[in-house]
Design a protein around this ligand. Structure first.
Ligand code: PMP
Length: 285
């Protein structure tokens, strides 16, 4: 049986969940979105995701056609209708239908789309073994272009980087900003551990303000592990004791090879493993 999809003002069958070829998200990637996990029937960090969604929408001058609590109820209704206990939600706001011109202000009605489904990003074995990653040539969007903090539907910058990582035989790609500092991975935030201290680039280095990132930083601090936000270079990643990525879909994943250099002792490190465990306990609490 197909899924029930939220489209516009209510739920429809998957076969009927169709959007117009004049929809701006299709024509221009003109919209914003969120990826949200459901753990044990609970929508993880629901409020934080909605805040980020509405902020992204504000930055691109996209009026969201629902108040935040109405949106929260629509997400909950979609999860319930699909009987999702552990899964993944894709929440999309498109600018809606316009003409073939670029002017966004001809669009009068933004469109809300909510998909709730199951997810398995990487096989469990990869989390145990650790992932191989590479630096990619595509530079993360300049903050004065579409700011990387906006989770917009235009992901070509990240898709270019993903192509480069995949073609290099790696599971993820490290993207740098226009100054040469680490920004983020194609769909995840980046962390290293060096001499017992956790380091991660500040969001201003050109990353999404990841919700998993925030949770992991709080969990580490609770364990009295120092977390420092600072600009990181390729050098820092090469000589790190541990390297891991965080994201809604990837959760917490250790990286064991970076541009052909072995990270640490070549297996996910103890801090990475500890944070992964704490993350699960927290997500299911
Ligand atoms: N950076 C990018 C580019 C992303 O798309 C994502 C989400 N997949 C993240 C970082 C991680 O953010 P979050 O933990 O909120 O999922």
């Amino acid at each position: 049986m197909g899924l029930k999809i939220w489209l516009g003002n209510g739920l429809v069958d998957q076969e009927d969940a169709k959007i117009s070829v004049f929809d701006r998200s299709f024509l221009y990637g003109d919209g914003v979105f969120e990826g949200i996990r459901v753990y044990g029937g609970k929508i993880f960090k629901h409020r934080d995701h909605l805040i980020r969604l509405y902020e992204s929408a504000k930055v691109i001058c996209l009026p969201v056609p629902m108040e935040r609590d109405e949106m929260a109820a629509a997400v909950e209704q979609t999860v319930a209708a699909n009987d999702i206990d552990d899964g993944y939600i894709r929440l999309i706001i498109s600018r809606g239908i316009g003409d073939l011109g670029l002017d966004p202000f001809v669009c009068k009605d933004g469109k809300v789309i909510i998909i709730a489904d199951s997810i398995q990003l990487y096989p469990e074995a990869l989390y145990e073994k650790g992932m191989k990653i590479v630096s990619v040539p595509s530079v993360r969007n300049h903050p004065l272009s579409c700011p990387p903090q906006v989770k917009s539907m235009n992901y070509l910058n990240n898709i270019m980087a993903k192509i480069e990582a995949t073609q290099a035989g790696a599971g993820e790609g490290i993207m740098y900003n226009h100054l040469g500092y680490v920004a983020e991975a194609t769909g995840d935030n980046v962390f290293i551990v060096k001499n017992g201290v956790i380091y991660t680039p500040p969001v201003q280095a050109g990353s999404l303000d990841g919700i998993t990132r925030r949770v992991v930083m709080q969990l580490a601090e609770k364990e009295k592990i120092k977390v420092v936000e600072k600009n990181l270079t390729r050098f820092d990643l090469y000589v790190a004791d541990e390297l891991f990525l965080t994201g809604t879909a990837a959760e917490v994943i250790g990286c064991v090879e970076m541009d052909g250099r072995v990270v640490g002792d070549g297996a996910p490190g103890s801090v990475t493993k500890q944070l992964r465990k704490l993350f699960f306990e927290y997500a299911r609490s």
